[in-house]
Design a protein around this ligand. Structure first.
Ligand code: EPZ
Length: 419
């Protein structure tokens, strides 16, 4: 097991390069099965979830290797559509392989996927959508999806589920005619998936809006393809909330800075300066302490992202003022707050809301319980006075590549130790 030792109170200053988006890369790895050839994914972080998805590709008959930060996938020899139980149960994104397997083989078999412990994670929206286009689904310990002849339909999702949108975009490529998805997810990761699928020969439009049209029947291109995903808006937000908690000046390259409204929410309440240096490079200066954020409610994109809720909450704990966070995507996503309270945070959870009164934090020994909850504990420790210890950082490694090195390069006193 590994832990981070952090000595808090140090400003963050310097250049930060945002990795490609984890939540784009994971469905792209699934979608490469449709390509049945070579795909190179650029600026790809070797995070644990990416490795698990690549191991799933290998278990189905494909292969992968890393050349620096380029992930080379080769899915020509993928021959199985039965997902391996152990790997599938490690991450939620394994579920997003169903759509790709149905597109290529007409079949998929999967055990219930794993994923972060952030509350109930049913798959009914996936199943209902797939059944609507003619996929037969049997639900025992394994879920068997079979659909040779699929029907192009108009499908309205009861909730804009990111994964269900991605699964339906890929499965519908097997349906004759044009499938129309309504009330679907609008995240930038959906736009990335559309860009990739069109690159390999699909005809999909509307990603990023609430309506996506998929023209059935795809003959994947034969030539190798290369793809640069969008930058990771959640890693970007994580480092911005860290800097807002301790003060400092960052130079960041990311197209997300001008696109994401969570940035404006952050800046609206905080004494900070932002200006464009050139292209996608921005200067962002934070003066301590951050001011409370008032009321923030998470929701489907373009609302405030649930994946930044823990990081904002941690920043609010060392701010001046009151913050009320309402979680409307994963109502039980506040398990990390009891760990934040060990730093002396004045944060109270009521059902799907957390009320924070900012103040000074002190060092503590805490334990990460999930990916973004772990990131919030790092932010708490960075702003706490004295030394802190964060155990079980394997959760953090699922979504952040060598985060301790990136924070150290900015002046944080953080190191990794075994225990
Ligand atoms: C994706 O998960 C992301 N993961 C999550 O990021 C992110 O929090 C989530 O979207 C919401 O933005 C990846 O992309 C790998 P959903 P996904 O289906 O697709 C309910 C991170 O930290 N729901 O949009 O699984 C569900 O329980 C991770 O990087 C159903 O009820 O999320 C939740 O309440 C965590 N039935 C809501 O919808 C279903 O069939 C949103 O889930 C599917 C979902």
């Amino acid at each position: 097991m590994e832990k981070f030792i952090i000595n808090g109170g140090n400003k963050l200053c310097g250049r930060f390069t945002v990795q490609s988006a984890k939540n784009s890369i994971l469905p792209l790895i699934s979608a490469s099965i449709i390509k049945s050839g070579k795909t190179r994914i650029l600026r790809c972080p070797k995070i644990n979830d990416v490795i698990v998805m690549c191991e799933i590709i290998r278990s189905l008959g494909g292969s992968y290797e890393f050349d620096g930060d380029v992930l080379l996938l080769d899915t020509e020899k993928v021959s199985s559509w039965v997902m391996p139980k152990q790997l599938t149960q490690e991450i939620r994104a394994s579920l997003f392989t169903v759509g790709a397997l149905i597109c290529r083989f007409g079949y998929a078999s999967i055990y219930m996927p794993g994923g972060c412990n952030i509350g109930e994670r049913p798959i009914d929206i996936h199943v209902d959508g797939l059944r609507a286009i003619g996929v037969n689904v049997t639900e025992n310990e394994e879920r068997i999806f079979s659909g040779n002849r699929l029907l192009a339909r108009e499908v309205t999702l009861r909730f804009p589920s990111v994964g269900a949108t991605e699964n339906l975009m890929m499965a519908s490529l097997r349906a004759k005619g044009i499938t129309v998805l309504k009330n679907c997810a609008k995240e930038p990761e959906i736009v990335d998936l559309q860009r990739y699928l069109n690159l390999i020969g699909a005809k999909i439009s509307g990603a990023g809006t609430g309506v996506i049209k998929i023209e059935g029947g795809i003959t994947p291109c034969k030539e190798d393809v290369e793809f640069l995903p969008s930058s990771d808006r959640i890693e970007l937000g994580t480092v911005l909330y860290a800097a807002a908690s301790v003060g400092g000046e960052l130079e960041i390259e990311s197209e997300e800075i001008k696109n994401s409204d969570f940035i404006s929410k952050l800046f609206k309440n905080n004494a900070c300066k932002i200006h464009n240096i050139n292209g996608n490079i921005y200067y962002i200066g934070f003066s301590r302490p951050a001011v409370g954020f008032g009321r923030v409610a998470t929701g489907p994109y373009p609302e405030f992202p649930t994946d930044l809720q823990p990081q904002l909450t941690a920043c609010a704990c060392s701010s001046v003022g009151v913050t009320a966070v309402i979680e409307r995507v994963f109502p039980n996503r506040f398990a990390y707050v009891e760990q934040l309270r060990l730093f002396g945070a004045r944060a109270d959870v009521f059902a799907n809301a957390c009320i924070i009164e900012g103040g000074r934090l002190h060092g503590a020994k805490v334990t990460a319980g999930d990916l973004r909850g772990g990131a919030s504990l790092i932010i708490g420790a960075l702003s706490a006075e004295g030394e802190s210890e964060i155990r079980n950082v394997s959760h953090v490694d699922r979504g952040y590549y060598k985060l301790e090195d990136k924070l150290s390069a900015l002046g944080a006193k953080i190191r990794r130790e075994r225990y």
